[in-house]
Design a protein around this ligand. Structure first.
Ligand code: HEM
Length: 390
C-alpha cells in the first residue's frame, strides 16, 4: 500500500484535518476518522506497515504471484490476525468471563471451527454503536504523550490540543512514532466509569469549533436521536432485574433523580457506565449487548478466519500459525521500531507480563504460504533461485 516518506500514512492535497504546522498533511486511511486523535492515526499506520511488511515477504516467497494476489492474500492474513487478537486477547478484558462463554466468543485453540450461520445478521445493532461500544470514551487519557527509550522521560501533549490532527506522529517525517507508541503500549488507560477527562468533556474540538463540546453529551443525545431503548429496557432484555427506584443506583441515585423524572428514563449510555464490571471490565448490561454483537459478527461472517470452507479457507497449518503467533505486541514492536515490549500489550508491563525482545516474540510462519508451483512458473527452464528449496 502507498506510504509517505518516513513510512507514514499516505496523504492527500487539502483534506479534512487540522494542520498544526505548515508541513502537516491530511492522511488517507480506511476510515476518515483516522485523524480524530493521534493514537487512532497510529493504529491505522500500524496495520498499513504490517500489511506492507507481510506483502514484501509473500512476494519474495512467491515471485510469480501478481500484485493483486499478494495484496489479497496479505489482506486475508491481516483480517485473520485482527479477528484472532480481538476475540481472544482484547474482548476478554472488556466483557466478563460468563459473557465470553455464553456467546461462544473464544476461538478454538487449534484448527478449524464451523461457526457460520446464514440466518444471522452481522450488521451493527443501533444500541451497540450508541452506548456500550462507546465505553472507551471513559478510558481516554488527558494527554497523548511520548516516552523516550529510557522509559522514564515523558513529553506530554494535551489531548484537546491535538484532536483532528496528525501532527504529533507526522512531524519530522515520523521520527516521533516510536516514542508515541512506547507511551501508548505502556501507559495504563483510565478506568471504565462515568468520568471523562476535561479535554473531551468541555474542550472537545475547541480549536476547530470553539468553545468546544462534550463527548458524553453527544453520546446521550445521539441515543435519543436514534431511539435507543432506555437502560432499564435493556436490563430486562438481558435478563437482569429492572431497577425500581433511583436508590438502586446507590451513591449516584440522587444525582440521577435530579436529572431524570423516573428511573425508566435513564439513558442506556449513562446507566450502563454506572455498572461496575468484573476486574475492570464493563458491567452486565454492556457485557450482554457487546456479547450479542460480537457473536453476530462472528457467526454471521461467512469468511470468519476459522472457516474450513474449501473455497477460501486457510490450510490447517496456516490457521494454526495465525492462532499461535498473532499478537498485537509483536505487530507493534516490529512495525514501530521498539526493541522490547511486554508479552501482552493489552496489560501493563509487570512481573507476570514481562518484557521480551521483539525478535523473541513468535511471528507468523509465512513459509506456510509458499506456493510450490511458483518457482517453476517463473523459471520454466528449471533453474532455481528459490531461497528456501535451494
Ligand atoms: C481520543 C479518543 C476519542 C475521541 C476524541 C472520540 C470522539 C468521538 C466522537 C466525536 C464521536 C461521535 C459522537 C457523536 O456525534 O455521536 C465518537 C463516536 C464513537 N466512538 Fe469515540 N472517540 C475516541 C475514542 C473512542 C474509543 C477508545 C472508543 C471505544 C473503545 C470509541 C468508540 C466510539 C463509537 C463506537 C462511536 C460511534 C461510532 C459510530 O456509530 O459510527 N471512541 N467518538
Amino acid at each position: 500500500m502507498k506510504t509517505d516518506p518516513g513510512n507514514l500514512l499516505p496523504t492527500q492535497n487539502g483534506g479534512n484535518c487540522l494542520k498544526l504546522s505548515k508541513r502537516d498533511r491530511c492522511p488517507l486511511a480506511g476510515d476518515r476518522r483516522n485523524n480524530e486523535a493521534p493514537n487512532l492515526g497510529l493504529n491505522h499506520l500500524l496495520f498499513v506497515r504490517e500489511h506492507n511488511r507481510l506483502s514484501m515477504k509473500l512476494h519474495e516467497l512467491n515471485p510469480c504471484w501478481s500484485n493483486e494476489k499478494v495484496f489479497q492474500e496479505t489482506r486475508r492474513i491481516i483480517i485473520a490476525q485482527v479477528q484472532h487478537i480481538t476475540y481472544n486477547h482484547f474482548l476478554p478484558l472488556v466483557v466478563d468471563h460468563d459473557t465470553m462463554g455464553r456467546y461462544n466468543l473464544y476461538s478454538k485453540t487449534n484448527g478449524f471451527d464451523h461457526v457460520y450461520d446464514d440466518s444471522v445478521d452481522a450488521s451493527i445493532l443501533n444500541s451497540f454503536g450508541i452506548a456500550p461500544w462507546r465505553y472507551g470514551h471513559s478510558q481516554i487519557m488527558a494527554e497523548q504523550s511520548e516516552l523516550k527509550d529510557d522509559y522514564k522521560t515523558l513529553f506530554k501533549h494535551k489531548i484537546e490540543d491535538n484532536l483532528q490532527s496528525p501532527h504529533l506522529w507526522q512531524r519530522s517525517y515520523g521520527k516521533h512514532v516510536t516514542s508515541l507508541s512506547r507511551w501508548l503500549a505502556t501507559e495504563p488507560a483510565l478506568k471504565i466509569d462515568n468520568f471523562l477527562v476535561e479535554g473531551i468533556r468541555d474542550k472537545l474540538f475547541f480549536i476547530t469549533t470553539p468553545p468546544g463540546s462534550d463527548l458524553y453529551s453527544l453520546n446521550i443525545q445521539r441515543g435519543r436521536d436514534q431511539g435507543v431503548p432506555a437502560y432499564n429496557e435493556w436490563r430486562k432484555f438481558c435478563g437482569l432485574r429492572k431497577y425500581r427506584s433511583f436508590d438502586d443506583f446507590e451513591k449516584f441515585g440522587s444525582n440521577l433523580a435530579a436529572g431524570y423524572e423516573t428511573v425508566d428514563d435513564v439513558d442506556l449510555f449513562i446507566g450502563g457506565l454506572l455498572e461496575e464490571g468484573e476486574n475492570g471490565s464493563v458491567g452486565p448490561t454492556f457485557s450482554c449487548i457487546i456479547g450479542i454483537q460480537f457473536q453476530r459478527f462472528k457467526v454471521g461472517d461467512r469468511y470468519w478466519y476459522e472457516s474450513a470452507d474449501p473455497d477460501f479457507a486457510f490450510t490447517k497449518d496456516q490457521l494454526n500459525s495465525i492462532k499461535s503467533a498473532s499478537s498485537l505486541s509483536k505487530i507493534y514492536c516490529t512495525n514501530f521500531g521498539l526493541n522490547e515490549i511486554q508479552d501482552d500489550i493489552f496489560k501493563i508491563p509487570c512481573s507476570k507480563n514481562s518484557l521480551s525482545y521483539c525478535r523473541d516474540l513468535p511471528d507468523l510462519d509465512l513459509y506456510l504460504w509458499k506456493d510450490k508451483t511458483c518457482a517453476w512458473t517463473t523459471h520454466p527452464s528449471g533453474s532455481c533461485n528459490d531461497p528456501i528449496d535451494c
